[in-house]
Each structure stands twice: as C-alpha cells, then as structure tokens.
Design a protein. Structure first.
Lengths: 253, 392
C-alpha cells in the first residue's frame, strides 16, 4: 500500500483537437484535503470526471490505493470507495430527504445489485437510524420527510454531502461545494467540511472561493490550460508568482 | 408529503384487509351499478393485475413500455396450450403462462433496456408489433393465425387422461380442481390471484428494492455515482411486470379459453398505459381504479346503440331527437373510444396525477374546510399518501 490514497499518473484527455488535460500528475495523501484551483476552463471538472470514471483518459492511469480505477464504470469506482459531490447537486428530487440518504447507504451495504423484496426489518432499522444520524450531521433532520426537490440549493448541497458521507468513502471528491451559496451557507458548509476533516476522510476539492480553499486545504494544485502549473502548501501557492500570473491576475489573496 | 414516511407493516396489513373485503364483496356492491355480472368483474380483476404489474415498471422506474400486450398474448397462448396438451386445471396454465412471459420479457428487456426514454418505448413497441405479426404469419402452427387458438375435443390433455378425466360431449372448461373458471367461481379465482399479486406488489413498493427503483426514476445519474448498476434493477422490474402481464393473459384464457393475436396489438399495449395514467402513475391503488373505471365504461358505453339513444331522447321533437342521437352516437357504442380519448385528454391536462390526484385534492379540500384533526388511519388518508407519490 502506497502512502498515497489517490495517484493520478500522466493523464491526458483530449476532446477532438482540444487538449483538456495534459500530463497530469496528482498524488493525494491519506487523510488530507487537497484543493484544485484554476481559472474557468482549466480542466478541473474534467480531471474529476476522469477520476470517477465518467470520462476515459486518452493516456495515463488513476489508482486508488493499490487499485486501478482507469477503465472501470462509475458505479464500480464508487463501490471501491470514491464518492462525489457535483457542481449542481445530483440528488433524488422526488424522494424524501431521508430516502435520499438511505439509497446510498443501501449501496454501501449491499453492493452493485441486490434484490431484497422482503424487507429485512433489522437491516432497515439500522439503515434508517444511520440515515437520520447523517441528516442530523448536516442539520437537515427536521426536514427529513420533505421532498428533496423542494429544498433550497444550499440544503440540496448539504443533502448531497450527507448522501456521500453515508457511504464512508475513502476518497471524497467535491466539485465547488459552495458555488452559488450565500455567505452564511458557505460558512456553514466550511464548518461541516472541517468537521469531516477531523474524521480523517481524504478529500479532493475544486473551488473558486479562495476563502474556502485557504480555510480547508492542506495542499493545493493549480491547474491552468489543462496542466498543473504549481503544487504546494497554501502558503507556497499563495506566494508563487506563476500562480498569481495565471490565475489570480496579480491580485493578492 | 406523507408518502415518504415509512409505512408500518401493520398499516399495510389493515390496508390489505380493507382491499380484500372490498374486492370480495364486489358481487354485492356492484349490483346498483349494473356491473355485478361475472364476466365484467373478471375483467376488473384481470386488467387490475395487468395494470399493477405495469405500474411496477412505469410507476416506479419511469420506463414507459409500449409493448406490454405482447406478454399478455404470450400468457394467453401458453395457457391455452397448457389446456390443450396437459390439463384443464388452471394451475399449470397460470404457472406456464407467467413463467414463459417472464422469459419472453427477459429477452425483450435485454435488448430494449439498452436504451431509455423514447427509444426504449419504441423498441418495446417494435417487439410487440413483431410478435403480433408473427402470430398472424410464421407462427400460425402455434397460434392458429386469424382464427385464434381454441380448445378441441380431441386435444391430448395428457395429465387429465392419465387421471382418467375424459371430456364428455361438450368442450371441457378450465377448472381449479373442479371449481370452474367461468361465472362467479371464475371471478373468485381471479380475485384471489389479484389479491395475492397485489400483496406482492405492495411488498415491492415498500421494499428497499422499490426505493431503489424510484431512485432510478428520479435521478439515474446519481444512481450510478452511488454504486448501483441500474441495468439489473431495471431488468428485474421489467421481468416482474412482464410476469404480471403473463398472469393476466393466462387468466383471460382461463375465463375464456381462446387466444387471438389481437390481444398483442399495440392498442392493447396502449390500453394499459391509459389505465395506469388514468388511475395515477406510481400510486398504489390507482391502476386498479383505472382498470375498473375503463372496463366499466367500456362496457356501459359500448352497449348503447342507435335505438337506445333514440329512446333516451324521445322526449325531444322528432327531428331534434334524430339530430341529437346521431351526434351522441359518435361517442358511444363503437365510438366509445372517442369518449375515452376525450376523458384521457382532460385527465392528462387537468389531473396529471390521474384519479388519485383528484381524490387527494378533494380530500385536502374537505379536511381544510372542516379543519378537523387529520384522521391518520382512514382509507382516504391512505389514498392521499399514495397520490402524493404519484404527483411528484
């Protein structure tokens, strides 16, 4: 077992003639928060899509611990322990919050496919308690019977977090978890993410909001035009002239 | 939104008890509506089974199949063959009809479920029409083409002959160890099977499996990033609903041992879609109501003919009566599908959740007006719960 939980090696991804990612190397240590920042169109979301199996890279390899993720289906990758929060919350709008959280919990317990027509009361009770606990964690327990589709955007995001947390992933990918949130909601989310961090869950986070990045990240990679131009601690990245030029436009953070 | 609450098994048992009582007393309370004769009540049960099975696929996963009549047809043909070859006992007929439809569904589902949305619908429609045309042409030795598959005096009926049951002068009737598959006893056979089917269907709705199917309907993308392979789930739902259709088809053959290819035509597939939408897609009891209502009105409306209409309007001056009768005549008798079409349009536009949505709106209106505390255990509330599931 290597000391890195996520190991991305020499990944290229082209869309037609466009090089979306070139020569990406990214290593994330277990238990750390790794932020990926960069201007729009730098390839951040593409990188996440390659990791979760939505896109196949043209070259290169992605490892989770010792397991190769490249070439696997998204559901297989999820079963191996990778959960993802999307830029626009991907939840089950027609189900209640509680059911939203129960579905991933069943996935964790039962695997890719299982037919259980006969409701095992024992298992269901356990899952139910687990789900309520998760909702409490993100502060949504009082709405557990509401339909997910009727919640505010911030609540949907927190719900998605709870859904992913319920699977206790080895690697948690967050694509702009605070985009479009009010300041108040952003701060609540940061608090929540900090609390999760204390549990030692490895996270890769894409974020535009520098406030969020610098309050959470242990290491930062800066992506510009499909390549990683700089990697280091927040302090190093903050002071790197290349970063200022490419991303921050000379503006100090 | 009450539907999302976890319903206790005890409440479900009460619900089943009420439903059983309502169904089994049908010969009594349908009397005033003029619908208490066995043929029609059998149809209520059979199309009820067909529709709840269809609802497992369409209501839970949102996959709109336009070819379910194919399974109905396969069930019917299989049942009649079982009568011809094995025994007039209904048990092998129902068993083979259901299993063979399931296998058939497995094959069609294997291909069709590679696509979703409109492409899935078109694929299922294509398969059903293919089966329909095959039944008329190449498969004539099995289906007996246009004449339809019928029982004959000289059929082998191996099991019956072995146990010494010989058909006397008339054609034998399907029976369950002597209980005949026609008339009131036929209705009770259908009713019992409907209740058993409904119970299984209820368990599926309440099970984690049902929850996952609903999650697939709600957001398939999230499902795959949640570690589920959706195809086997869809496949299971498709096969189960195919088996329900097969059971319904075999029951059609039990109550009237004759199978024709028109049972597989696209209009028959369309009918079950209509029944389900009319009753309320994704609601528990909606499809049953839809089946009852459509079959009832089909029966009532198609019975009207010109003479009946002229009598009805005889209070008008003669010239007017003829005019009115000819206009109304368009909507009844053979033309009752026109009425059905209009009603269907009205429902889809004003009550997209079907009759169940209508009932829940009424219930809400009543409870708001009386401002009484919510009666937690009443039938009405129960229906409301289901409807909310259908609305969303």
């Amino acid at each position: 077992m290597s000391e890195y939980i996520l190991d991305v090696t020499d990944v290229d991804k082209n869309f037609g003639g466009l090089k979306a990612l070139s020569d990406i190397n990214l290593r994330v240590k277990e238990g750390t928060v790794h932020a990926i920042i960069g201007p729009n169109g730098a390839g951040k979301s593409t990188l996440l899509n390659v990791i979760v199996g939505r896109l196949a890279p043209n070259r290169g390899r992605v490892l989770l611990g010792d397991q190769v993720l490249t070439g696997k289906e998204p559901y297989e990758i999820n079963q191996l322990g990778v959960a993802r929060v999307f830029q626009t919350p991907e939840i089950f709008p027609e189900l209640s919050l509680l059911q939203n959280v129960m579905v991933p919990a069943f996935a964790k317990r039962e695997g890719i496919f299982k037919m259980n027509f006969i409701k095992s009361l024992f298992a269901e009770k356990e899952i139910l308690e687990h789900a309520e606990h998760l909702l409490e964690d993100v502060g949504l327990l009082q709405h557990k019977d509401h339909l997910a589709g009727s919640m505010s955007r911030g609540d949907k995001r927190r719900l998605e977090l709870a859904m992913c947390l319920g699977q206790q992933p080895k690697l948690f990918l967050l694509d702009e978890p605070t985009a479009g949130m009010s300041r108040h909601d952003t701060n609540r989310t940061i608090d929540l993410l900090k609390r999760i961090k204390e549990r030692g869950m490895t996270k890769v986070i894409i974020e535009h909001d520098m406030h969020v990045v610098f309050s959470l990240a242990d290491r930062i990679s800066v992506l510009a035009q499909g390549a990683i131009i700089c990697e280091g601690t927040p302090e190093e990245v903050r002071n790197d002239p290349r970063v200022k030029e490419a991303y921050l436009g000379g503006e100090t953070v | 939104m009450t539907n999302t609450k976890i319903v206790s098994p005890k409440k479900d048992m009460i619900f089943m008890a009420i439903l059983s009582a309502v169904v089994l007393t049908m010969p009594l309370w349908l009397q005033p509506f003029g619908a208490a004769y066995p043929d029609l009540m059998q149809k209520f049960m059979i199309f009820g089974i067909f529709a709840i099975g269809y609802n497992i696929l369409f209501g839970l996963t949102g996959y709109l199949s336009f070819g379910h009549a194919a399974f109905l047809g396969v069930g019917s043909y299989t049942a009649v063959w079982s009568f011809k070859l094995l025994s007039m006992n209904v048990i092998p007929a129902l068993l083979f009809g259901t299993v063979l439809s399931g296998l058939f569904a497995l094959a069609i589902g294997f291909v069709s479920l590679r696509r979703s949305g409109i492409y899935f619908s078109i694929l299922t429609l294509a398969f059903a029409q293919m089966s329909y045309n095959l039944a008329y042409s190449v498969l004539t030795p099995i289906t007996n083409g246009e004449t339809g598959l019928q029982l004959e005096q000289a059929d082998p009926r191996v099991l019956d002959r072995m146990s010494g049951i010989e058909a006397n002068s008339s054609l034998p009737t399907p029976n369950l160890f002597g209980i005949e598959g026609v008339g009131y006893s036929g209705f009770y056979i259908c009713a019992a099977l409907m209740l058993i089917s409904f119970f299984i269907y209820l368990r599926i709705f309440r099970s984690p499996f049902g929850l996952k199917l609903r999650a697939i309907k709600s957001n398939q993308n999230r499902m795959s990033y949640t570690g589920y392979s959706t195809r086997p789930y869809l496949m299971t739902a498709f096969v189960i609903s195919g088996m329900y259709a097969g059971l319904a088809g075999s029951l059609l053959a039990v109550t009237d041992p004759l199978a024709g290819a028109e049972r597989m035509q696209w209009t028959a597939s369309g009918e079950v879609v209509l029944i389900t939408i009319l009753g309320g897609v994704g609601t528990l009891i909606g499809p049953l109501l839809g089946a009852g209502i459509i079959k009832y009105f089909e029966n009532i409306f198609s019975a009207f003919n010109d003479t009946v209409l002229l009598n009805a309007f005889s209070f008008l001056p003669d010239w007017l009566a003829h005019g009115v009768a000819s206009v109304v005549g368009l909507f009844v008798g053979e033309g009752w599908h026109l009425t059905l079409g209009l009603v269907f349009m009205l429902i889809v536009i004003f009550l997209p959740g079907g009759i169940m949505e209508g009932i829940s709106r009424l219930a809400r209106l009543v409870t708001n007006r009386s401002k009484s505390d919510p009666k937690s255990d009443t039938h009405e509330n129960k229906e409301k719960e289901q409807t909310s599931a259908g609305e969303v």
